[in-house]
Design a protein around this ligand. Structure first.
Ligand code: SDX
Length: 381
């Protein structure tokens, strides 16, 4: 076992929590949500993202009544606060939607100053408000930056259908909405990844859940984490055609540049979510038409496996997810906000679990600086 005093960059391999929420076996390529393999959940005809969120947060699949109440609570809270919509109208249209989302998530906290972390009703209220409002705030910023007024949620529509409706002002094709909902389920939770760890550290100071989600959104935005899905599409577009794949990869390797959508701290085989997302992409292309970037992606995956498979570097969740969203007509800079919409479930599950631990995160460091130096007044420097 790792000697507790040994410094590990990025805390690689260091257990920083004990959790029952999800499990990853990086060698076998296994991901389980509360003990259920993610493939079982994703392929179940009746499953929904909200049911998965309930499973992750409260640790069990909801009964029909529990699920109905949860869905109707969330349906009731989907409207975006008028003041937050007004705030978004002052945001620069050229800003990145992840920054708009982080600002809006933090702003939600301004409306709910009461903080009762030991009250299960407060916990449930915060879960409902964040799951309900994060997607509609993403959609609202999209319409506002296009110069339009955001539209109100349509109470007849389920969670994913309503999000796509508020984003595009059109009711989506049912298959598209279904596939989008499964994408949310696949992105909902993944043990103690960087943004979830960020959420846990923030939660451990007993601040409010809106600040917890705002911390996590900022962390997810980075290109090494959730931001990779947007970078993958830019990479495939730059490549333009399959014959440019090998030169591009050789250049990345020569420059020690990370290839977006590949590699993972834990998975040393293909990310099981990537396989499922690839299947969803093909389903979508069969129904509403092909995307030539997909052919480049499939060929690229083969070449990266040939060159880096020996190092345990394979496609991860971000490699195919963007191709699904792109085929749904979603702008690429909304791919990471969509990752955030899903991962709010995981962040809230770990927030709730972390509250029970009730111990502030405060690790130690190995000081490698100097000691006992004199203060030199500026006049003498
Ligand atoms: C997500 O943690 C999670 O669970 C995250 C996530 C989730 O659901 O929350 O799964 C979502 O963030 C998926 C990852 C998305 N990021 C990318 O696709 C960006 C590209 N990937 C790399 O940046 C990297 O693989 C990380 C950040 C994902 C993991 O980095 P590690 O574990 O710190 O690995 P490393 O950077 O130390 O690399 C180890 C070796 C190095 O080679 P050597 O210097 O030892 O010879 O592997 C190489 C790296 O050069 N390597 C890559 C590579 N990833 C690792 N080489 C080329 N391309 C890559 N993508």
């Amino acid at each position: 076992s790792i000697n507790a005093c040994e410094y590990m960059p990025g805390l690689e391999g260091i257990p920083a929590a004990r959790s029952k929420i999800s499990f990853v076996d990086g060698k076998q390529g296994i991901l389980e949500y509360r003990g259920i393999p993610v493939e079982e959940i994703a392929k179940a005809p009746s499953t929904t993202f909200l049911e998965t969120a309930y499973l992750l947060i409260w640790g069990k699949l909801p009964t029909r009544v529990e699920l109905h109440e949860f869905e109707s609570d969330i349906r009731y809270h989907r409207r975006v606060k008028y003041r937050i919509r007004d705030m978004m109208k002052c945001f620069p249209e050229s800003g990145h939607p992840m920054d708009a989302l982080q600002a809006s998530a933090a702003a939600l906290g301004l409306f709910y100053s009461r903080r009762a972390l030991d009250d299960p009703q407060y916990i449930r209220q915060a879960v409902v408000r964040l799951l309900a409002k994060i997607p509609t705030m993403v959609a609202a910023f999209q319409l506002i930056r296009e110069g339009n007024d955001p539209i109100q949620p349509n109470d007849d529509l389920d969670y994913s259908t309503n999000f796509l409706y508020m984003l595009t002002e059109r009711i989506p094709d049912p298959l598209a909405a279904r596939i989008f909902d499964i994408c949310l389920t696949l992105h909902a939770e993944h043990t103690i990844n960087a943004s979830t760890f960020s959420a846990m550290v923030t939660a451990s100071t007993l601040t409010d859940p809106y600040a917890v989600v705002a911390s996590a959104v900022g962390t997810l935005a980075g290109p090494l984490h959730g931001g990779a899905n947007e970078e993958v599409i830019a990479m495939l577009e730059d490549m333009g055609s399959p014959e440019n794949i090998r030169p591009y990869i050789d250049r990345c390797l020569a420059e020690k540049k990370r290839i977006m959508g590949f590699g993972h701290r834990v998975y040393k085989v293909k990310d099981p979510r990537a396989s499922i997302l690839q299947g969803l992409a093909e389903q979508l292309f069969n129904k509403i038409g092909h995307d030539r970037l997909y052919d480049i992606a499939v060929e690229m995956e083969h070449v990266v496996e040939e060159k880096l498979g020996h190092k345990g570097i394979y496609a991860n969740v971000d490699f195919y997810s963007g191709l699904v969203y792109r085929r749904l007509g979603i702008p690429t800079d909304l791919f990471t906000p969509i990752f955030a919409i899903a991962r709010v479930a995981g962040w809230l599950a770990h927030w709730k679990e972390q509250l029970a631990v009730n111990r502030i995160f405060r690790p130690t460091q190995q000081y490698i600086g100097q000691h006992g130096l004199p203060y030199v007044p500026v006049t003498e420097r």
